[in-house]
Write a protein that binds this ligand. Structure first.
Ligand SMILES: *Cc1c(COP(=O)(O)O)cnc(C)c1O
Length: 338
């Protein structure tokens, strides 16, 4: 079976499992889990940020960051396709009592100018704008990447207007892999960064929130309130350490796989508009004369290939470390039959 529905379907490799089995653990709520402590210091060092916090999910790291950066009634600026806005169960309202100013960006990316135009004046009628949240790569943008200079411009606007800047970096390492930028460049700019270990990096569980000491101290308290204070979490942190040490370099393989499959799809008459394939995600339309998104997914399922319909005519495929060269060959062959 080839599962391209998401890069969350990966299973731990033998090496990762070994690292988990042999992890040294303790009670992390007491700060005594050596593996969690190691993961947190390793990731903070990578980004050259003061501190970090291990959490069970990327939804939790994002939501904790938003909670720490806002007050009830505040407004958060983000793209209308942002995960924090459309895929976290209304968490911004639920957890923080804040609301969203959703911007119509380009493939999930928003500009400094759009942000500037969305900041509310200091007026009692208006919600206080306190936070900007970017997503890199953008999931619904088809794995699109920001230009670093565009992020720098966003930062300038945030500094001038006293706004915090958060990054949903669930797939930040995919972006870094294509743009050849470094985690430290990102650490320097953002007030908080969330990275997922359970996407392309292949762990069963886990995300990390990065920030300065003060923010992470507050975040640790909020994590407890959200029910995310874990005990012997070191078994999971060990998988995270393994992932950071072994699975970053290979992300470029996923990107090559995505491009090869995209090329094959573009040759077919059933393929409509496709978002540019920059990293490990393909999002494209199937033309109604040939397939609906559901019937296309059904056709591939007969060949034991799973893809994700994300609207009535759009399909998403995500490439990851459990997709082998052999599977790509099989995929390319199957596409010729469709
Ligand atoms: C997957 C994902 C998250 C976090 O998801 P969890 O399933 O809660 O770990 C956050 N942002 C983006 C863009 C994602 O793709």
């Amino acid at each position: 079976m080839i599962d391209l529905r998401s890069d969350t379907f990966t299973k731990p490799s033998p090496g990762m499992l070994q690292a988990m089995f042999s992890a040294e653990v303790g009670d992390d709520v007491f700060g005594e889990d050596p593996s969690v402590n190691k993961l947190e210091s390793l990731s903070a060092e990578m980004f050259d940020m003061e501190s970090s916090l291990f959490c069970p999910t990327g939804t939790m790291t994002n939501q904790i960051a938003i909670k720490c950066h806002t007050q009830p009634g505040d407004e958060v600026i983000c793209d209308k396709l942002s995960h924090v806005y459309i895929y976290e169960g209304g968490g911004i309202a639920f957890n923080s009592g804040a609301q969203v100013k959703a911007i119509n960006g380009e493939r999930g990316k928003i500009t400094a100018e759009q942000i500037l135009n969305s900041i509310n004046p200091d007026d009692v009628h208006k919600p206080r704008t306190s936070l900007v949240s970017l997503e890199n790569t953008s999931n619904r943008g088809g794995g699109s990447c920001y230009e670093f200079t565009d992020i720098q411009r966003v930062k300038e606007i945030c500094l001038l207007n006293n706004l915090k800047l958060h990054l949903d970096g669930a797939r930040l390492f995919n972006a870094l892999s294509t743009t050849n930028e470094s985690p430290k460049q990102y650490g320097e700019i953002f007030d908080s960064i969330s990275i997922c270990l359970s996407k392309g990096l292949g762990t069963p569980i886990g995300s990390v929130l990065l920030g300065n000491r003060e923010l992470i101290k507050q975040a640790r308290r909020v994590r407890k309130v959200f029910g995310g204070g874990m005990r012997q979490a070191g078994f999971m942190a060990a998988a995270g350490i393994y992932a950071l040490e072994h699975n970053i370099q290979r992300l470029e393989v996923d990107h090559i796989h995505a491009k090869r499959v995209a090329e094959a799809l573009l040759k077919k008459e059933f393929t409509g508009k496709m978002l540019p394939v920059e990293t490990n995600i393909i999002i494209f339309e199937v033309l109604a004369e040939f397939y609906s998104a559901n019937s296309f997914a059904g056709a591939l399922k007969k060949y034991d290939i799973k893809v994700l319909p994300i609207s009535s005519n759009q399909i998403r495929m995500v490439f990851h470390l459990d997709v082998t060269e052999e599977m790509i060959k099989q995929m390319l062959e199957t596409i010729t039959y469709l």
